[in-house]
Write a protein that binds this ligand. Structure first.
Ligand SMILES: Cc1cc2nc3c(=O)[nH]c(=O)nc-3n(C[C@H](O)[C@H](O)[C@H](O)COP(=O)(O)OP(=O)(O)OC[C@H]3O[C@@H](n4cnc5c(N)ncnc54)[C@H](O)[C@@H]3O)c2cc1C
Length: 340
C-alpha cells in the first residue's frame, strides 16, 4: 500500500519518496535499492497483468539514468479470454491447446496451419501473429478455442479453474467455444542488469519483470519468469550483503522527511489516451506508419506532466510512468524500422 513516487540519489545511496496509505508522504534513505516493481502491461488496453503493472520502477530507474534495454520486447499471449469490457484478461493457457483445443476464426474455420506448420501448437508469438493476420484477412476480431470434442468430465478435471472462470462469463467450455484474442502478457526487456542484478547506476539493483537480464531473449518460454526473479533477487541480496560487510556506511545526516506534494489535479484522459496509442501502434504487429505522430503526442503528454505542477499522487505517478514507458517502447520500435 506504499507507493514510490520518486527516487533520488547521492554518493551514499538513495532518497525514496513514498506515498502512504493514509494520504501522507514520507522520504526514506537507503544505501542500496532493489527495484522489483513488475511489468508494464497497463500501458495496453488489454493485458493479463494486474493494475500495478504501470512501469513505475522502470520509469524511476530510467529517470535516474539507468540503462533500459529492449523495452519493446513484449510478449503477447495468443489466447486470453476475450471479455467485452474487462481490461485485465484471464488466460486460456497453452495446455488447453496442448490437449487438442483448436483455434477457429469468425466463420468457425481452423486457420492456424495457414500460417505455421505447427498450427495451434506453435510458440506464443507465432500463434498471436497468425490470429492478427487472420483478423486482418477477415476484417473481424472474433476468434474461438474449441475443446467441445473432448470428454466433458476430462475437461472439467483437467482445467477446473479455466472451466469455472469461463462459467462465470456464461461460457460452458464443454459445450461452447471460448472467445479468445491475443493480449499483452509479459515484458522481456527492462532495467538492464548484469549477472548480479546490478543496474548501470551504482547501488541500484533490479529483479523480476522490471529487469532485463537477457535470459528470456526476445521471447520468454512459459514459466521461466518466476525462476529468473528468484535467482536474480537472491544474487542481488547476496551481492548487497557482501558489500555492506566491507563498507563503513555512515548515516545520511539530516534530510527533509516530507515535502509538499500538492498541485493542480491531473487532467482526465492521459492514461486512456496512452493505452489507445499503444494498442493501435504496437500490438503484436507494429504499425510503423503510426509511430512518429504518436511519439510526438506521448512526448507532449510527458512535457505537460513534467511542467504542469500537478499534485503528486497515484494518478500522477502512473500517468508519468505510462507516458515514459510508451515513449521508450515506441522510439525503440521506430529505430528498428529506421534501421531496416
Ligand atoms: C496471468 C499470469 C500468469 C502467469 N503465469 C506464470 C507462470 O506460470 N510461470 C511464470 O514463471 N510466470 C508466470 N507469469 C509471469 C509472472 O507471474 C510475473 O513475471 C512475475 O509475477 C513478476 O514478478 P515481479 O515480482 O517482478 O513483479 P510483481 O509480482 O508484479 O510485483 C511487483 C510489485 O511491485 C509493486 N509496485 C509497483 N509499482 C510500485 C510503486 N510505484 N511503488 C511501490 N510498489 C510498487 C506492486 O504493488 C507489486 O507488489 C504469469 C503472469 C500472469 C499475469
Amino acid at each position: 500500500n506504499t507507493m514510490l513516487y520518486k527516487l533520488e540519489k547521492n554518493e551514499q545511496g538513495f532518497y525514496a519518496g513514498l506515498l502512504l496509505p493514509d494520504g501522507t508522504s514520507r522520504i526514506i534513505a537507503a544505501h542500496y535499492c532493489i527495484m522489483a516493481s513488475g511489468g508494464i502491461g497497463r500501458v495496453y488496453q488489454y493485458t493479463t497483468n494486474s493494475a500495478i503493472a504501470t512501469g513505475d520502477g522502470i520509469t524511476q530507474a530510467f529517470m535516474l539514468g539507468a540503462r533500459v534495454k529492449h523495452l519493446s520486447r513484449i510478449q503477447f499471449h495468443p489466447t486470453a479470454f476475450a471479455a467485452e469490457n474487462d481490461r485485465e484478461r484471464f488466460l486460456i493457457s497453452e495446455a488447453v491447446r496442448g490437449e487438442g483445443a483448436v483455434l477457429l476464426n469468425c466463420d468457425g474455420e481452423r486457420f492456424a496451419f495457414k500460417y505455421d506448420e505447427r498450427g495451434e501448437l506453435a510458440p506464443r508469438d507465432v500463434v498471436s501473429n497468425a490470429i492478427m493476420l487472420e483478423s486482418q484477412a477477415k476484417g473481424n476480431e472474433k476468434f474461438y478455442l474449441d475443446i467441445t470434442h473432448k470428454d466433458p468430465d476430462f475437461v472439467r478435471q483437467r482445467f477446473p479453474m479455466i472451466y469455472e472462470k469461463c462459467l462465470e462469463e456464461n461460457i460452458d467450455i464443454t459445450k461452447q467455444w471460448i472467445p479468445v484474442f491475443p493480449c499483452q502478457h509479459y515484458l522481456m526487456g527492462g532495467i538492464d542488469v548484469d549477472l548480479f542484478a546490478r543496474t548501470t547506476v551504482d547501488r541500484l539493483y533490479a529483479a523480476g519483470e522490471c529487469s532485463h537480464t537477457g535470459v528470456h531473449g526476445a521471447n520468454r518460454l512459459a514459466s521461466n519468469s518466476l525462476l529468473e526473479a528468484l535467482v536474480f533477487s537472491r544474487r542481488a541480496a547476496n551481492d548487497i550483503t557482501e558489500k555492506l560487510k566491507k563498507e563503513d556506511n555512515t548515516s545520511f545526516g539530516d534530510f527533509t522527511e516530507q515535502e509538499d506534494l500538492s498541485g493542480h489535479p491531473l487532467p482526465h484522459g492521459y492514461r486512456t489516451e496512452i493505452r489507445k496509442i499503444m494498442q493501435e501502434c504496437y500490438f503484436v504487429i507494429p504499425k510503423p506508419e503510426l509511430i512518429p505522430d504518436n511519439i510526438r503526442r506521448v512526448k507532449e503528454i510527458l512535457t505537460d506532466l513534467t511542467g504542469g505542477e500537478y499534485a503528486i499522487d497515484q494518478n500522477f505517478v502512473e500517468a508519468q510512468s505510462l507516458a515514459t514507458v510508451a515513449c521508450i517502447v515506441l522510439e525503440e520500435v521506430q529505430k528498428k524500422y529506421d534501421a531496416q
